[in-house]
Design a protein around this ligand. Sequence first.
Ligand SMILES: Nc1ncnc2c1ncn2[C@@H]1O[C@H](COP(=O)(O)OP(=O)(O)OP(=O)(O)O)[C@@H](O)[C@H]1O
Ligand SMILES: [Mg+2]
Length: 645
Amino acid sequence: MTESANFQNDAPLESSIPGASLESILCTQELRNRPSRPPDYETENRALVALASALADSPRTILQTLADKVFEVLHADSAGLSLLTEDERRFYWAAVAGAWRPRIGAEAPRNFGPCGDVLDHNVPMLFNHWERRYPYLSSAMPLADEGLLVPFYVNGKAVGTIWAVAHDNRRKFDAEDLRLLERMSRFASAAYQTVESIENLRLQMSAREEAETELRELTNGLEAQVRARTEELEQRNKQLTEARARLAEEKLALERSEAFLAEAQRLSLTGSFSWRLDTDETTFSEQLYRIFELDPDAPVTLEQIGSRVHPEDISLLSEKMDLARRNINDHDYGIRLQMPDGRVKYLRTKSYGIRHKDGRLEHIGAIQDVTEHRLAEEALSKLQSELTHMARVTTLGAFTASIAHEVNQPLSGIITNASTCLRMLAADPPNVEGARETVRRTIRDGNRASDVITRLRALFSKKGTIAERVDLNDATREVIALSLSELQRNRVILRCGLADDLPLVTGDRVQLQQVVLNLIRNASDAMSGINDRPRQLLIRSEREEGDRVRLSVQDRGVGFDPQAMDRLFEAFYTTKNDGMGMGLSVSRSIIERHNGRLWAAPNDGPGATFSFSIPCGPGSATGARSLGVIETPAAKDAKRVQRNP
Ligand SMILES: Nc1ncnc2c1ncn2[C@@H]1O[C@H](COP(=O)(O)OP(=O)(O)OP(=O)(O)O)[C@@H](O)[C@H]1O
Ligand SMILES: [Mg+2]
């Protein structure tokens, strides 16, 4: 609306204050008195025909055509149509021709302006310089010298004015102009209705279009919503399907792992259980039913469990249950079952308690049937002790000659002493004191022989492993005593360094002696071919850190290849013609059963040292008497040899 400025808004406030009176700007009466030009009907008719055909052909622009025709027929400087707005508060210049054409669309107040005056008085009016009364019109340049206005009506109601303006006084309107304008005004009425109906139509159409657009938008919106909702639903559906598939997979995996677990329980003979401490409700896995040999279709009860436990282990079970009830957890113990037919089963139980969020206490655990394992262990241990015994007998076999010699010696002593005694008694007078002395020697020799036999019997005896307090020095000395003649025969120089503060150890005396015997015999064997150096054998015992005792046997024999060290301890490994290769292997298992260690080490010089170390065990005490170094006769011989080379 650049050119079509609103007079009211454009003009300052004072422009809405009336200046001159209406009468002073009106000259309608004068118009009637002015000389009038003759009517030009031809031009007039042409204009009306043009208007009529314009009304039919281009009704939308009819108002402008009308303004153009007024301008043309009246020879005006400007011409136009002002229409009342719908709210009847303003006029707007619907069509303008001539100098004021750019002002199309301008608005003026209904109650304060020439158009309003014309409608108020319902007569045509001729104004002279109306800006004198209506200051805002002074902005409508060029100024109007004269303005001729005629109201026009629709259905008897004034709706606007049709007007012609002369901008200078060269052109004065006359009665002919008024007649022409009045004619045109009737046409204006028809044009207005046409436009209005078009406008209505347009409005209706645009309203319908708007409604349609709205509907479309609504539909689109709805469609979009439905689409979005459908997508969302589809998405949810997809998620649901996926979740269902996942669940199915998980269920399958669970079933599979349950099947694995059941299979694992079956294979490992392990069952599991849970026991609710508040209700004593107990649940057994399938395998546990099998172990207890109970009916899997009936719920298991504590009474049933109790009836299966071995009578000797009932107290153990109640003690463990009592601990569980007192919330003392983590149990790991062995217990026996006794089946109705008397069969005994060995079980290993591992269980622990858990407290649920609601405070309930539950005990869960696993029970393994270790009967077969246990029986196999027993059989193995029996086999082992038989093997140990056999190895011992074999070793002793090698000593038989020297043992016979050992026994033979006191026996010949006894015979000699008895003969001497007889001789002394037969003398005259009988030598009673001498006889008494020889009898004493006879008794001593008899005891010596008896000792040897006793020791031998102990070593040959076949009994299971027993744990007793053993003085390792004493046990070693006994073995030395048995081996002395064999060592002597083999020209071995034996030296002993047995610690005098040696604590007692807990173990099997005979088995430990077997180890010492085997080490001594091996040492002696290793030196049997050595002739270029003394065949020295050193047996030492000592106390070790951490309450342990060590015994070592050192020789100056052929030694061994350090790389082959581990092989020495393998069963059946031997380098001897008459060897079984069992000595070291059996010895090592004996020492390991004593929680100890047996090992070999090459000497700095020639030969090897074999040692074992065992813990003293509970309540070990120093019990050995000091024996210092005992020497074999061969050792004495060796010293002699060294002194007199
Ligand atoms: N003190 C040693 N010095 C060198 N080699 C040794 C010594 N002690 C054992 N060996 C080697 O270790 C092998 C295995 O000894 P082990 O006592 O197990 O069996 P063995 O003495 O051959 O036969 P046996 O079963 O009669 O004892 C021996 O044959 C020998 O080669
Ligand atoms: Mg041996």
